[in-house]
Ligand binder design. Structure first.
Ligand code: SF4
Length: 332
């Protein structure tokens, strides 16, 4: 296939359609064309889009805490918290409100503006919602934005979270629908979409992205981005995770993705969801500074910040500050 030209980039409108799915804002075929662009053309377009919609060189910092760890009944093939895999993760019951508030204060003192609370559940029970809503209200009272990732929500639960002051709910689509069942069998794609609808209807901002490097093709990455970009409206926050391979999980030993493919995925997310915060999420610790810099150039403008991401490591905060200094980035 011949490569699209730079001329193509300037002339191609965002709403071009193909004959397969002409009702979509972003048909997969068009995202595939983006991903196939010469690298420099893709990054140029992504950075140009980025500067039209965001303050250049500004990165939002989120801190993530696991409020309940391990023992999850789901079978996500990438996750060390699934009870059925032997990964050495220590189960931890629900943290106390005091512990969460102390962690949130520390995150704020270190410069985070958003505090995300994650729990390893298929979905929360009512007593879980009661506890988490207390945490949300307390974190919100500190002047932080709040985010939660608690699994699938039943009708009415999103409203309770919203009333407690939840700003964002994270629920990732993980990958393209065509290969979802190869990664997870205990729920299906529609379950994910249903929870996203609950969140949207409750007036909570949607944080939704996926994981790359799970052995998927470039076409499947285009499929993931298409799913996200065609949500109406598309998510306010789009975490793009790189698989962290954890021994004991089914995806351990997957062929490692070329880092430039990861950067291309970030760029496609930026171009197709121009107003979203695109978050460089899991897998950052395994990336060189150069790859992280390319991700920022491709339009990533949010990171998880802090020493730990649920159960896997994250770059030390000092390293992040040093990298920001080197790149002339400012946090917010
Ligand atoms: S990703 Fe979430 S739902 Fe899946 S096994 Fe891990 S904790 Fe459970």
């Amino acid at each position: 296939m011949s490569q699209p030209t730079a001329n193509f980039i300037e002339k191609q409108p965002n709403n071009i359609t193909d004959n397969v799915s002409d009702s979509l804002r972003w048909p997969i075929s068009q995202i595939q064309i983006l991903l196939d662009l010469p690298f420099n053309d893709l990054i140029y377009r992504a950075q140009t889009t980025h500067r039209q919609f965001h303050v250049a060189n500004e990165i939002q910092l989120s801190t993530l805490i696991s409020v309940k760890t391990g023992g999850c009944p789901e079978d996500c093939g990438y996750c060390p918290q699934a009870a059925r895999y032997h990964t050495g993760v220590d189960n931890q019951a629900m943290l106390s409100l005091e512990t969460v508030v102390t962690a949130a204060k520390a995150a704020k003192d270190q410069g985070a503006t958003r505090f995300c609370m994650g729990a390893a559940w298929r979905g929360p029970k009512q007593r879980d919602i009661d506890e988490v809503t207390g945490m949300i209200s307390a974190v919100k009272a500190l002047g932080l934005e709040t985010c939660a990732t608690l699994g699938m929500l039943k009708p009415g639960q999103a409203e309770q979270l919203s009333m407690a002051g939840l700003d964002y709910y994270n629920h990732n689509l993980d990958t393209a629908p065509e290969i979802y069942s190869e990664i997870i069998t205990t729920r299906d794609y529609q379950d994910r979409l249903d929870t996203l609808e609950e969140v949207r209807n409750a007036g909570i901002n949607v944080c939704c992205g996926g994981i790359v490097g799970m052995g998927e093709s470039r076409h499947a990455r285009a499929g993931l981005i298409a799913q996200l970009a065609n949500l109406d409206p598309y998510p306010e926050s789009v975490p793009i995770n790189h698989l962290v391979q954890v021994e004991g999980t089914p995806l351990y030993g997957t062929a490692v993705l070329d880092p430039l493919e990861f950067v291309r995925t970030i760029a496609a997310a930026r171009i197709t969801m121009p107003k979203a915060m695109v978050r460089l999420s899991a897998g950052r610790r395994e990336m060189s500074e150069s790859v992280q810099a390319l991700c920022f150039l491709a339009g990533a403008n949010s990171i998880f910040y802090g020493d730990k991401l649920l159960t896997t490591g994250n770059p030390e905060t000092e390293q992040d500050h040093a990298l920001f200094e080197k790149l002339g980035l400012r946090s917010r």
